[in-house]
Write a protein that binds this ligand. Sequence first.
Ligand code: 13P
Length: 246
Amino acid sequence: MRKIVAGNWKMNGTRENLVEIKKISDRFSGSDVDIVICPPFTLLSAAKEIATNIFIGAQNLHVENSGAYTGEISAVMLEDLSVTHAIIGHSERRNEYGETNDVVARKVTTALKKKLNVILCIGESELERNENKTLSVLKEQIYGSLKDITDIENIIVAYEPIWAIGTGLTPSLAEISTTHDSIRLNLLEMYGSSASNIPILYGGSVNGLNASEIFSVANVNGALVGGASLSFDTFSPIVKAIENKT
Ligand code: 13P
Protein backbone atom coordinates (compact mmCIF):
# COMPACT_ATOMS: atom_id res chain seq x y z
CA MET A 1 0.00 0.00 0.00
CA ARG A 2 1.26 3.45 -0.93
CA LYS A 3 1.65 5.86 1.98
CA ILE A 4 0.55 9.38 1.17
CA VAL A 5 0.81 12.66 3.03
CA ALA A 6 -0.95 15.45 1.16
CA GLY A 7 -1.02 19.12 2.08
CA ASN A 8 -4.00 21.28 1.19
CA TRP A 9 -2.95 24.91 1.33
CA LYS A 10 -6.52 26.12 0.69
CA MET A 11 -6.59 29.89 -0.06
CA ASN A 12 -3.20 30.50 1.52
CA GLY A 13 0.21 31.26 0.13
CA THR A 14 1.95 33.67 -2.18
CA ARG A 15 5.25 33.35 -4.03
CA GLU A 16 7.26 33.98 -0.88
CA ASN A 17 5.87 30.72 0.54
CA LEU A 18 7.25 28.62 -2.32
CA VAL A 19 10.39 28.16 -0.25
CA GLU A 20 8.41 25.86 2.05
CA ILE A 21 7.62 23.58 -0.87
CA LYS A 22 11.25 23.61 -1.97
CA LYS A 23 12.40 22.64 1.54
CA ILE A 24 9.90 19.77 1.70
CA SER A 25 10.95 18.55 -1.73
CA ASP A 26 14.65 18.68 -0.89
CA ARG A 27 14.32 17.08 2.54
CA PHE A 28 12.14 14.17 1.47
CA SER A 29 13.92 13.21 -1.72
CA GLY A 30 13.87 9.41 -1.89
CA SER A 31 11.25 9.03 0.85
CA ASP A 32 8.98 5.99 0.80
CA VAL A 33 6.03 8.37 1.29
CA ASP A 34 4.21 10.00 -1.62
CA ILE A 35 4.11 13.67 -0.68
CA VAL A 36 1.60 15.86 -2.49
CA ILE A 37 1.37 19.60 -1.93
CA CYS A 38 -1.74 21.34 -3.25
CA PRO A 39 -1.07 25.09 -3.29
CA PRO A 40 -3.52 27.61 -4.74
CA PHE A 41 -3.77 27.71 -8.55
CA THR A 42 -1.59 30.82 -8.72
CA LEU A 43 1.42 28.87 -7.40
CA LEU A 44 1.00 25.61 -9.31
CA SER A 45 3.32 26.45 -12.16
CA ALA A 46 6.15 27.75 -9.97
CA ALA A 47 5.68 24.92 -7.48
CA LYS A 48 6.03 22.34 -10.27
CA GLU A 49 9.35 23.87 -11.23
CA ILE A 50 10.92 23.80 -7.79
CA ALA A 51 9.38 20.62 -6.37
CA THR A 52 11.22 17.93 -8.25
CA ASN A 53 10.98 15.19 -5.58
CA ILE A 54 7.34 15.51 -4.55
CA PHE A 55 3.97 15.69 -6.28
CA ILE A 56 2.04 18.89 -6.87
CA GLY A 57 -1.75 18.83 -6.90
CA ALA A 58 -4.70 21.15 -7.47
CA GLN A 59 -7.47 21.80 -4.96
CA ASN A 60 -10.34 21.68 -7.44
CA LEU A 61 -11.18 21.59 -11.12
CA HIS A 62 -14.16 22.24 -13.35
CA VAL A 63 -16.34 19.51 -14.79
CA GLU A 64 -15.75 20.76 -18.34
CA ASN A 65 -12.42 20.95 -20.12
CA SER A 66 -12.91 24.45 -21.56
CA GLY A 67 -15.59 27.03 -22.25
CA ALA A 68 -17.44 30.03 -20.86
CA TYR A 69 -16.86 29.38 -17.15
CA THR A 70 -15.39 32.60 -15.78
CA GLY A 71 -12.88 32.06 -13.01
CA GLU A 72 -12.69 28.30 -13.35
CA ILE A 73 -9.74 25.98 -13.99
CA SER A 74 -9.98 22.77 -16.03
CA ALA A 75 -8.28 19.40 -15.99
CA VAL A 76 -6.74 20.25 -19.38
CA MET A 77 -5.04 23.26 -17.80
CA LEU A 78 -3.75 21.13 -14.95
CA GLU A 79 -2.50 18.55 -17.42
CA ASP A 80 -0.72 21.35 -19.27
CA LEU A 81 1.21 22.13 -16.07
CA SER A 82 1.96 18.43 -15.45
CA VAL A 83 0.08 18.60 -12.18
CA THR A 84 -0.41 15.01 -10.99
CA HIS A 85 -3.18 15.15 -8.37
CA ALA A 86 -6.45 16.95 -7.71
CA ILE A 87 -8.45 17.23 -4.52
CA ILE A 88 -12.13 16.78 -5.39
CA GLY A 89 -15.19 17.19 -3.19
CA HIS A 90 -13.55 18.91 -0.23
CA SER A 91 -16.22 19.74 2.36
CA GLU A 92 -15.47 23.44 1.93
CA ARG A 93 -16.46 23.10 -1.72
CA ARG A 94 -19.43 20.90 -0.97
CA ASN A 95 -20.74 23.32 1.65
CA GLU A 96 -19.77 26.75 0.36
CA TYR A 97 -20.11 26.13 -3.38
CA GLY A 98 -22.94 23.64 -3.36
CA GLU A 99 -21.03 20.70 -4.78
CA THR A 100 -23.31 17.70 -4.60
CA ASN A 101 -22.20 14.07 -4.91
CA ASP A 102 -23.38 14.32 -8.49
CA VAL A 103 -21.12 17.27 -9.30
CA VAL A 104 -18.27 15.59 -7.45
CA ALA A 105 -18.82 12.41 -9.49
CA ARG A 106 -18.61 14.36 -12.75
CA LYS A 107 -15.42 16.07 -11.60
CA VAL A 108 -13.87 12.71 -10.69
CA THR A 109 -14.67 11.39 -14.17
CA THR A 110 -13.17 14.47 -15.83
CA ALA A 111 -10.02 14.28 -13.71
CA LEU A 112 -9.45 10.57 -14.33
CA LYS A 113 -9.80 11.08 -18.08
CA LYS A 114 -6.82 13.42 -17.83
CA LYS A 115 -4.89 10.84 -15.80
CA LEU A 116 -4.95 12.92 -12.64
CA ASN A 117 -4.80 11.13 -9.29
CA VAL A 118 -7.98 12.04 -7.46
CA ILE A 119 -8.02 12.76 -3.74
CA LEU A 120 -11.74 12.30 -3.12
CA CYS A 121 -12.86 13.94 0.14
CA ILE A 122 -15.74 12.67 2.21
CA GLY A 123 -16.81 13.52 5.75
CA GLU A 124 -19.75 14.03 8.06
CA SER A 125 -20.91 17.23 9.75
CA GLU A 126 -21.12 17.63 13.51
CA LEU A 127 -24.89 17.26 13.37
CA GLU A 128 -24.68 14.07 11.33
CA ARG A 129 -22.14 12.71 13.80
CA ASN A 130 -24.37 13.55 16.75
CA GLU A 131 -27.26 11.80 15.05
CA ASN A 132 -25.12 8.68 14.55
CA LYS A 133 -25.30 9.05 10.80
CA THR A 134 -21.56 9.12 10.11
CA LEU A 135 -21.24 5.73 8.43
CA SER A 136 -24.37 6.10 6.32
CA VAL A 137 -23.38 9.61 5.19
CA LEU A 138 -19.94 8.37 4.19
CA LYS A 139 -21.41 5.42 2.33
CA GLU A 140 -23.72 7.72 0.40
CA GLN A 141 -20.82 10.02 -0.46
CA ILE A 142 -18.63 7.13 -1.60
CA TYR A 143 -21.33 5.52 -3.73
CA GLY A 144 -22.50 8.89 -5.08
CA SER A 145 -19.07 10.30 -5.86
CA LEU A 146 -17.69 7.15 -7.49
CA LYS A 147 -20.86 5.98 -9.20
CA ASP A 148 -19.48 6.33 -12.74
CA ILE A 149 -15.99 5.04 -11.96
CA THR A 150 -14.84 1.56 -12.85
CA ASP A 151 -11.07 2.05 -12.88
CA ILE A 152 -9.90 2.84 -9.34
CA GLU A 153 -6.17 2.82 -10.04
CA ASN A 154 -5.87 6.60 -9.52
CA ILE A 155 -8.35 7.00 -6.68
CA ILE A 156 -7.35 8.07 -3.18
CA VAL A 157 -10.05 8.60 -0.55
CA ALA A 158 -9.64 11.19 2.21
CA TYR A 159 -11.92 10.96 5.24
CA GLU A 160 -12.24 14.40 6.80
CA PRO A 161 -14.85 14.83 9.54
CA ILE A 162 -16.03 18.39 8.98
CA TRP A 163 -16.10 19.17 12.69
CA ALA A 164 -12.42 18.22 12.96
CA ILE A 165 -11.22 20.56 10.22
CA GLY A 166 -9.26 23.48 11.62
CA THR A 167 -10.69 23.00 15.10
CA GLY A 168 -7.92 21.10 16.88
CA LEU A 169 -10.45 18.34 17.55
CA THR A 170 -9.97 14.81 16.25
CA PRO A 171 -12.05 11.65 16.59
CA SER A 172 -10.76 9.04 19.03
CA LEU A 173 -8.50 6.40 17.55
CA ALA A 174 -11.32 3.88 17.98
CA GLU A 175 -13.64 6.13 15.99
CA ILE A 176 -11.07 6.63 13.24
CA SER A 177 -10.62 2.86 13.14
CA THR A 178 -14.36 2.15 12.85
CA THR A 179 -14.79 4.79 10.18
CA HIS A 180 -11.82 3.78 8.04
CA ASP A 181 -12.81 0.09 8.28
CA SER A 182 -16.29 1.00 7.13
CA ILE A 183 -14.94 3.06 4.20
CA ARG A 184 -12.76 0.12 3.20
CA LEU A 185 -15.78 -2.21 3.32
CA ASN A 186 -17.81 0.15 1.15
CA LEU A 187 -15.00 0.26 -1.40
CA LEU A 188 -14.63 -3.55 -1.33
CA GLU A 189 -18.40 -3.88 -1.88
CA MET A 190 -18.14 -1.61 -4.90
CA TYR A 191 -14.93 -2.84 -6.48
CA GLY A 192 -14.03 -6.21 -5.03
CA SER A 193 -10.60 -7.14 -3.75
CA SER A 194 -8.75 -4.55 -5.85
CA ALA A 195 -10.21 -1.92 -3.49
CA SER A 196 -7.85 -3.11 -0.79
CA ASN A 197 -5.21 -1.04 -2.60
CA ILE A 198 -7.10 2.27 -2.48
CA PRO A 199 -5.27 4.54 -0.03
CA ILE A 200 -7.57 5.99 2.64
CA LEU A 201 -6.23 9.17 4.21
CA TYR A 202 -7.39 10.77 7.44
CA GLY A 203 -7.76 14.57 7.52
CA GLY A 204 -8.81 17.06 10.21
CA SER A 205 -6.43 18.72 12.68
CA VAL A 206 -3.52 16.39 11.94
CA ASN A 207 -0.28 17.69 13.43
CA GLY A 208 3.17 16.55 14.44
CA LEU A 209 1.95 15.42 17.84
CA ASN A 210 -1.04 13.28 16.87
CA ALA A 211 0.14 11.96 13.49
CA SER A 212 2.00 8.90 14.74
CA GLU A 213 -0.92 7.46 16.69
CA ILE A 214 -3.35 8.21 13.86
CA PHE A 215 -1.03 6.39 11.43
CA SER A 216 -0.98 3.38 13.75
CA VAL A 217 -4.68 2.74 13.03
CA ALA A 218 -5.43 0.00 10.49
CA ASN A 219 -6.75 1.29 7.17
CA VAL A 220 -5.22 4.72 7.72
CA ASN A 221 -2.78 4.99 4.83
CA GLY A 222 -1.78 8.60 5.22
CA ALA A 223 -3.11 12.07 5.88
CA LEU A 224 -4.62 15.10 4.20
CA VAL A 225 -3.26 18.05 6.12
CA GLY A 226 -4.51 21.63 6.11
CA GLY A 227 -2.98 24.20 8.47
CA ALA A 228 0.08 22.16 9.37
CA SER A 229 1.03 21.76 5.70
CA LEU A 230 1.76 25.44 5.26
CA SER A 231 5.28 25.31 6.59
CA PHE A 232 8.15 22.86 6.38
CA ASP A 233 8.56 22.88 10.15
CA THR A 234 5.02 21.74 10.92
CA PHE A 235 4.62 19.43 7.91
CA SER A 236 7.87 17.46 8.22
CA PRO A 237 7.06 15.73 11.53
CA ILE A 238 3.85 14.41 9.98
CA VAL A 239 5.73 12.88 7.05
CA LYS A 240 8.37 11.49 9.41
CA ALA A 241 5.64 9.88 11.52
CA ILE A 242 4.62 7.62 8.62
CA GLU A 243 8.02 7.15 6.95
CA ASN A 244 9.33 3.63 7.37
CA LYS A 245 6.02 2.46 8.88
CA THR A 246 4.87 -0.78 7.29
P1 13P B 1 -6.74 21.11 9.02
O1 13P B 1 -5.56 20.15 8.98
O2 13P B 1 -6.32 22.53 9.05
O3 13P B 1 -7.72 20.72 10.07
O4 13P B 1 -7.50 20.95 7.60
C1 13P B 1 -7.84 19.71 7.13
C2 13P B 1 -8.31 19.84 5.75
O5 13P B 1 -9.39 20.35 5.50
C3 13P B 1 -7.42 19.37 4.67
O6 13P B 1 -8.09 19.27 3.47
